[in-house]
Design a protein around this ligand. Structure first.
Ligand SMILES: Cc1cc2nc3c(=O)[nH]c(=O)nc-3n(C[C@H](O)[C@H](O)[C@H](O)COP(=O)(O)OP(=O)(O)OC[C@H]3O[C@@H](n4cnc5c(N)ncnc54)[C@H](O)[C@@H]3O)c2cc1C
Length: 421
């Protein structure tokens, strides 16, 4: 049997929990970190294609902006307290060299997520955190001046409780939304959790045929099909980037980022994904390019011209969708067909039939209502000495290291704000 009394218990040894536990243990408190899995930091290990995109090479303000208005406002203090630069410095101090890729994503130089995970675990151990892996917390209760944390074999007691047990995406990793039930019982509200950063399913046969084709730069938007089609407004601008056709629909950063709009109950109508396959070229420029190519060489064919700027298989499908043979000479294209191919290149609709759900969602949108948590301490406004950090909160950022940054920053703020024993 382990000692059952601690100053602080942290539930969930992911990015937020490992950071929070080390921060508070460094301040001299006796800390127990309980993790359901035998392995610690499972999501860190599988993140970024096992390379772990630690953070984004941006100012804390830019990171806050990437979360949209209300989440950004909540995260501002935490991100300014532990900035992306400070996260990188911390990893350097822990012996993990980093590199910045062209996209602004920060990775360990080694491309090994395990180096990131090991550094955080070592830091927690060195600061004196007691770690209990392979133990699932089954319930929590608040009892006047202490909390009771129940596990199958034993109960634990603490004056301060930190819940960092994540959301409910990739449930195979241990994140099965356990914290939501406990917190609801304690009076908290949960913004309905839904999958975000998840691949989309499309009905269009031609999309399935292109499985495996990648396009480096695509700009996406969502159109609701409510009689008169209507574009969905978003307070984020990260729907442009790499795009991947899959055998069921599409994925890649641009798709993953926009998936939160697809799962948003406010958009509960049939939807189309509107793809601009050539975001660097305006409709006007494309029109001019195609007409001037025809003028330069009368024998020039449409498919060959499109293949200059798009993968051949996509160019071929776009011609089919526009009802134009690929060997159509540009000189004889005519205005109507020119308009049709411009429409398919710049506003190509894909019929969305759903998403791959929580099973394949990199994050959970929704979670604990932010107005019930103090953004300067991460303490619950309803239950004193209860702290929340990481993805359990109603925060979900885009692809690019933003989600780990939010988990580290909120974990750090919680760890620092916990009052002395
Ligand atoms: C495939 C994949 C790739 C990703 N890649 C990136 C990336 O490269 N960059 C990035 O910024 N973000 C990435 N993310 C998102 C990122 O992993 C999460 O946002 C981040 O891990 C959230 O940290 P957290 O500590 O809040 O929660 P988690 O890391 O989910 O940790 C929560 C922990 O709590 C434990 N737990 C849950 N319930 C209990 C319980 N009852 N008892 C005990 N323990 C419990 C879980 O087992 C888990 O270990 C990725 C996510 C996935 C799924």
């Amino acid at each position: 049997m382990m000692n059952s009394k601690y100053d602080v218990i942290v539930v969930g040894a992911g990015a937020a929990g490992l950071w929070a536990a080390a921060t508070v243990a460094r301040r001299g408190q006796r800390v127990l970190l309980i993790e359901k899995n035998k392995k610690l930091g499972v999501k860190i290990l599988m993140s970024g294609g096992t390379r772990c995109n630690i953070t984004h090479n941006a100012s804390w303000r830019e990171v806050a902006d990437a979360f949209g208005k209300s989440q950004g406002r909540f995260l501002k203090y935490a991100l300014a307290t532990l900035t992306p630069e400070e996260v990188v410095d911390t990893f350097h101090r822990l012996g993990v060299a980093t590199k910045v890729e062209e996209t602004g994503k920060v990775f360990p130089q080694s491309d090994r997520a395990i180096d990131v995970r090991d550094a955080l675990v070592t830091q927690a151990r060195q600061t004196g955190v007691n770690i209990l892996p392979g133990t699932s917390v089954t319930g929590i209760a608040s009892n006047h001046d202490h909390f009771v944390v129940s596990c199958a074999e034993q109960s634990f007691f603490c004056r301060t409780l930190v819940l960092t047990c994540g959301g409910q995406s990739y449930p195979g990793c241990g994140t099965t939304g356990d914290g939501y039930g406990w917190l609801t019982e304690l009076g908290h509200s949960v913004v309905a959790p839904r999958p975000a950063l998840t691949p989309l399913k499309c009905r269009d046969e031609w999309v399935h045929r292109l499985s495996g084709v990648t396009i480096p730069d695509v700009d996406l938007s969502i159109q609701l099909q409510n009689g008169k089609p209507q574009m969905v407004r978003a307070d984020r601008t990260c729907f442009r980037g790499s795009f991947l056709f899959t055998h069921r629909g599409c994925s890649g950063p641009s798709t993953l980022n926009i998936s939160r709009l697809v799962t948003d109950p406010a958009n509960n109508l049939p939807k189309k994904l509107i793809c601009d396959w050539l975001p660097r070229v305006s409709e006007e420029m494309l029109r001019n390019n195609l007409t001037s190519a025809a003028a330069r060489s009368s024998g020039r064919q449409l498919l060959n011209e499109l293949c200059q700027v798009l993968p051949k298989r996509l160019a071929h499908e776009l011609c089919e969708l526009a009802g134009i043979p690929g060997d159509q000479s540009l000189a004889e294209l005519g205005k109507k067909r020119l308009n049709r191919i411009i429409q398919q290149s710049k506003r190509c609709p894909l019929d969305i039939s759903g998403t791959l759900g929580f099973a394949k969602a990199e994050v959970t949108a929704g979670g604990i209502e932010l107005s019930e948590v103090n953004p300067q301490t991460m303490e619950s406004r309803l239950v004193p000495r209860l702290f929340l950090a990481g993805e359990i909160l109603d925060v979900d950022g885009p692809i690019g290291g933003y989600n780990f940054q939010a988990a580290f920053s909120t974990g750090f703020v919680a760890g620092n704000a916990i009052p002395g024993a």
